[in-house]
Design a protein around this ligand. Structure first.
Ligand SMILES: C[S@@+](CC[C@H](N)C(=O)[O-])C[C@H]1O[C@@H](n2cnc3c(N)ncnc32)[C@H](O)[C@@H]1O
Length: 218
C-alpha cells in the first residue's frame, strides 16, 4: 500500500468495465433507442451504475430521489438495486425526455416503482417529504446543484446517501478557460461540497467523477 495513488489510464477504465459491469439487456436496448430518438448520450456509464447499485444496496436503500432523468437509464439501473417494495422518484424538465423515459419504465415493468415527475428540480424537490428518502442522485443543471444539495440534505435520512455527478466538469476541471458552459458551475459546486460538514464525502473517479456523500449530521 502507498499514499500515492496508482495513476489510472483509459486502459484501466476499459479493464474495469470489462470485469465489473452487469448491464441489463433492456438498458442496452434503451440506449440504442434513445440514440435513435435523438436523445443525447449523456447517461452514466455501466461501471458508475454498478458502483451506485452497490452503494444503494449497502445503505439498504428503499426510496431514492433523482434529479435529471434523461432517458431513464440511471433511474432503471438504480431501481434494480432496490427491494421489491422500493420506490424511485425521478425529476425531468424536458417533456421529450420524460415521455421517452416513461415509455421505457413501462417496458421494464417498473411503473409501480419508478415515477417521473415533470418540471424543474427546484420546483419539484420542495414538494417531497423531509427525511423520507434513503438516497439522492443529482445529475441535472449544474447551476442549481447548491439548491439540490440543500434539498437532498432535507430529504435524505441520517446515514443516507447523496451522490452527485460530473465532479470532473466534463473533463474540463483543470482547464483555465473551459468551453463547456456548465464547467464553472461544477467547479464552484465542488467547493461547496468540499466545505459541507453534514456529509462525509469523497469524489470517486468513475465516469466524469462522482461525489459520494453519507449524511452524518442533520
Ligand atoms: C445528464 S442528463 C441525466 C442523465 C441520467 N441521470 C442518466 O444517467 O441516465 C441531465 C438531464 O437533466 C435534465 N434537466 C436539465 N435541467 C433540469 C432541471 N432544471 N430540472 C430537471 N431536470 C433538468 C435534462 O433535460 C437531462 O435530461
Amino acid at each position: 500500500m502507498s499514499e500515492s495513488p496508482t495513476l489510472i489510464t483509459a486502459q484501466h477504465f476499459d479493464y474495469i468495465a470489462a470485469r465489473t459491469t452487469r448491464e441489463q439487456p433492456l438498458l442496452i436496448e434503451l440506449k440504442a433507442a434513445a440514440r435513435e430518438a435523438g436523445i443525447p448520450a449523456i447517461w452514466i456509464n455501466p461501471a458508475q451504475a454498478s458502483l451506485m447499485q452497490i452503494l444503494l444496496r449497502l445503505v439498504g436503500a428503499r426510496r431514492v430521489v433523482e434529479v435529471g432523468t434523461l432517458a431513464g437509464y440511471s433511474a432503471l439501473a438504480m431501481a434494480e438495486a432496490l427491494p421489491p417494495d422500493g420506490r424511485l422518484d425521478t425529476i425531468e424538465f424536458l417533456p421529450e425526455h420524460a415521455d421517452f423515459a416513461e415509455t421505457w419504465i413501462e417496458k421494464a415493468g417498473e411503473t409501480h416503482r419508478v415515477t417521473v415527475h415533470r418540471g424543474a428540480g427546484v420546483s419539484v424537490l420542495p414538494g417531497l417529504a423531509s427525511g423520507s428518502y434513503d438516497a439522492a442522485f443529482l445529475d441535472a443543471d449544474k447551476a442549481s446543484y447548491p439548491q439540490y444539495l440543500e434539498e437532498s440534505l432535507r430529504l435524505v435520512r441520517p446515514g443516507g446517501l447523496v451522490m452527485v455527478d460530473n465532479a470532473f466538469a466534463f473533463g474540463q476541471l483543470f482547464d483555465e478557460q473551459p468551453t463547456d458552459g456548465e464547467a464553472n458551475a461544477v467547479k464552484a459546486f465542488n467547493e461547496v461540497m468540499a466545505a459541507e460538514t453534514r456529509l462525509a464525502t469523497v469524489i470517486v473517479p468513475v465516469g466524469d467523477g462522482l461525489w459520494v456523500g453519507v449524511k452524518v449530521s442533520a
